[in-house]
Design a protein around this ligand. Structure first.
Ligand SMILES: Nc1ncnc2c1ncn2[C@@H]1O[C@H](COP(=O)(O)OP(=O)(O)OP(=O)(O)O)[C@@H](O)[C@H]1O
Ligand SMILES: [Mg+2]
Length: 577
């Protein structure tokens, strides 16, 4: 809306400016036109008056010609006539007449219709001793003529006659036929007597009016206005006269006429129009450029604003996403911590479960040496009483051995059951398997399971945590024993392969694995549900533990029985550094 108003305002301003330029240009052009027209008019008037003066002077000169003083005999008259004809021919006068004071023609260059010219205005004035002049129309031919009459005097100074020179107006007009401007001369009665536009001849100016009319009382288009010092006529007087014209007047008292000119103002209007149009075009072009520039800036600003709002929106979205992500990360961290906690609890539960399985065997294992110790102590006391010190000390040594063995078993159990995080590092794999075998030994012995375990001569070091590795192998041995519980022959073989990676294989001769796919899933068990025997956690815990050492655990069926392989990273000295 505002833009439309600005554009309208601009257009109005351009219109006003153009109008001003037009007006100024028009006046300037009119002034120039006026100067030229004035010069033209003066030239035309000069020509006319000069021409007329020639005939006027001719009349005066001829008045004192000697041949006209004596006109009595026909011979004298013929001579005078010949002179007049000669002069008339040479000066292009229509006629030259010599008249007596009564107006009778005494001699004439051309024959005349009327022999008396007593009524002629010019003649009458000459009879008064002055130079007379007149103009009019020849009745039959319709030629416009003007005449001069000069008196002739006798020796006493009385008027004895007059010489009349008659000239044709058309001869004068001829000289400015080519002139483009319409020039006309109005006589004392207000009638157009001479003009280079024949249409205008005999038009008249009614008293008190500016324009002209063809005949008195007739009505023609006419209006007169003033533009500055210039008078403009608006008319519709035929195709040879301009519709709008600059009107100039020049009084010519010598010949008692007014010279007037009508100059077409169309060129001035065209020039002013051209100037105004040029100014308008320049202004409009400039305005258009300005408009385009502002439009461009506006669209740029709009695009910028859109972009900025988009960026802001995007930033908001990103910030929101960021906070959401942070929250998620936090939740994940919490979940991870919870998981870790749960895993630790699970490991502990797994250990306790394994201990549960082994508890019968262990209590038997501890009970037996206890009974033996009691026996050895009793025997020792008896030997002492009998004074057999040697036997008594031997018994004491055995007691000590057994106590040491019990202490070792208890130490192992305590370490196994302890619920504390243990650092990872260098682990003696043979030692680990020894401990696992030792822990399960009691159970295996009570169930009649044979153990085939030949530790290698050289120590094998793996990367891991000792107690947790023990837990893995206790699990595997317990599972193998469980699998073979329904058969008579029971054998577990453990072997260690020391290659690029360390691999421990635990093999049994049981019925084999039912479902190798689900083996490591938590709570997958084929053992009686709810019984203390199986929770389905042993292998899943072992899996997690081995993985945490960067190793792998696999279960597969061998030709007879199942075979579990634990792969571990061998311990490199530089890793510890
Ligand atoms: N040596 C094996 N021979 C045959 N099947 C086995 C053997 N070891 C494991 N399995 C199968 O894998 C299952 C899962 O063993 P896992 O040790 O995870 O649980 P579990 O022994 O049943 O219970 P627990 O939680 O007491 O260990 C066992 O129930 C058994 O079906
Ligand atoms: Mg198990």
């Amino acid at each position: 809306m505002q833009r439309v108003l600005v554009i309208l305002g601009f257009l109005v301003a351009v219109g006003l400016l153009s109008a001003g330029v037009w007006s100024y240009g028009y006046r300037q052009a009119l002034s120039q036109l006026s100067e030229k027209a004035e010069a033209d008019l003066e030239l035309a008037a000069d020509r006319l008056t000069t021409q007329m003066q020639v005939y006027q002077e001719l009349a005066v000169l001829m008045a004192s010609h000697p041949v006209l003083q004596q006109l009595v005999t026909p011979q004298q008259r013929r001579r005078a006539q010949a002179v007049l004809l000669d002069v008339a021919d040479k000066t292009a006068a229509v006629n030259m007449i010599y008249l007596d004071p009564k107006g009778q023609v005494l001699a004439a260059a051309q024959p005349l219709v009327s022999r008396n010219m007593a009524d002629d205005l010019a003649f009458r004035r000459a009879m008064q001793g002055a130079l007379g002049s007149a103009h009019g129309v020849v009745p039959i031919s319709g030629d416009r003529i003007y005449s001069y009459a000069a008196p002739t005097f006798d020796a006493a100074g009385r008027v004895i006659g007059a010489v009349m020179v008659i000239a044709d107006v058309q001869d004068v007009e001829q000289t400015w036929r080519g002139s483009t401007e319409a020039v006309f001369f109005i006589d004392g009665e207000g009638v157009v007597f001479i003009s280079n536009r024949s249409d205008l001849l005999f038009w008249r100016r009614v008293e008190g009016q500016q324009g002209l009319v063809p005949t008195e009382g007739a009505d023609v288009d006419f209006a007169s206005t003033w533009v500055g010092p210039h008078e403009l006529w608006k008319l519709n007087w035929g195709r040879y006269l301009p519709n709008r014209a600059l009107h100039l007047m020049l009084e010519l008292p010598v010949i008692d006429m007014t010279a007037e000119v009508l100059v077409d103002v169309a060129p001035a209007r065209r020039l002013a129009g051209l100037q105004a149009a040029t100014v308008a075009a320049i202004c409009l072009a400039f305005g258009a450029l300005l408009f385009l520039a502002t439009e461009r800036r506006r669209t740029l600003a709009e695009a910028n604003a859109v972009l900025e709002s988009r960026v802001a929106k995007r930033t908001r979205a990103l910030t929101a996403a960021n906070t959401a992500l942070r929250r998620e990360v936090h939740e994940r961290q919490e979940a991870e911590a919870a998981l870790k906690h749960a895993q630790e609890e699970l490991i502990q539960a797994g250990k306790l479960s394994a201990l549960g399985q082994m508890s019968a065997g262990i209590s038997h294992e501890l009970n037996q040496p206890l009974m033996a110790i009691r026996q050895f102590a009793d025997n020792g006391a008896a030997f002492l009483a009998r004074g057999r010190d040697e036997k008594a000390s031997e018994n004491l040594r055995r007691i000590s051995d057994m106590a040491a063995r019990m202490a070792r078993i208890i130490k192992n159990l305590r370490a196994f059951a302890r619920n504390e995080s243990e650092p990872m590092g260098k682990v003696d794999l043979v030692q680990v398997i020894d401990t696992a075998v030792e822990l399960t030994e009691a159970r295996l012995k009570s169930e009649g399971v044979k153990m085939n375990w030949q530790p290698p001569n050289n120590p094998v070091f793996a990367w891991g945590g000792e107690v947790r590795l023990v837990q893995v192998f206790v699990n595997l041995i317990n599972n193998a024993a469980d699998a073979m519980s329904q058969q008579d022959e029971r054998l577990i073989s453990i072997s260690v392969k020391n290659g690029k990676k360390l691999a421990v294989t635990v093999r049994d001769i049981g019925p084999g694995i039912e479902n190798t796919e689900k083996l490591f899933e938590p709570f997958y068990t084929t053992k009686a549900v709810g019984s203390s025997e199986g929770m389905g956690l042993g292998l899943s815990i072992s899996y997690g533990l081995v993985q945490s050492f960067g190793g792998k655990i696999r279960g597969a069926n061998a030709q007879t029985g199942a075979e579990f392989t634990v792969e571990l990273e061998s311990y490199q000295e530089d890793e510890a550094a």
